[in-house]
Design a protein around this ligand. Sequence first.
Ligand SMILES: [Zn+2]
Length: 171
Amino acid sequence: MAVEEVLDRKVRFWADTTGELELIAKTFIKTEMQALRGIRFQYAWRSPARKKHGKPVYGECRKCSTRERDLFSRDVLIVIAQPTWLQFNKKQKQKLIWHELYHVDVPLQDTLEPEVDDRGRIKFYIRKHDCNLERFYDELTRFGPDAEERTAIRRLSKIYREWKTENGAKA
Ligand SMILES: [Zn+2]
C-alpha cells in the first residue's frame, strides 16, 4: 500500500508490506531469540506517533486477543511509529525492534519447546520493562536511593562503565 493512499484515507495504522521490520526481527529471532520462532507477528506502522508524557512512543507490542489469534493467525502485533523510524539510523532501528521483541516472553519446557494450550496456541506473556527508575534526580539527591533503587543504579552504572569501555572513545 502506498503511503499516498494511506494519507488520502487518513488511516493512522497500516500493515508493513515492505518487509523491513520483519527482516530485522527475523535476524534476532534466528540468532538470539529462538524461543520466539513459533510466534506469528504482525508488523505495522502508525503515523502520527502516539504521545506519552509529551514524547513520541517509538513502538508498541501487544498480544492479540484469543479471537484475533484464531481469526487472523497472528499472535503479536508490533506497531512502529513511522515518523520517528524514518529519522532513526540502523542501530536505533535494531534497538527498537529488539526492544519490542523482548516484550514477548515464551517460557520453554525441558524439551525446549513452548507450551501450547488445548487449541494449539503457544503460551506466552508480555514482559514488562524491568528498568524503571521513575524518580526525580532531586528526590534521589535529597533522600538517597532505597534498596531497590540502589540495585537499579548499580546495574545501570555497571552497564554504563562497560559501554564506556567499549564505546567511550567514539561516543
Ligand atoms: Zn517497551
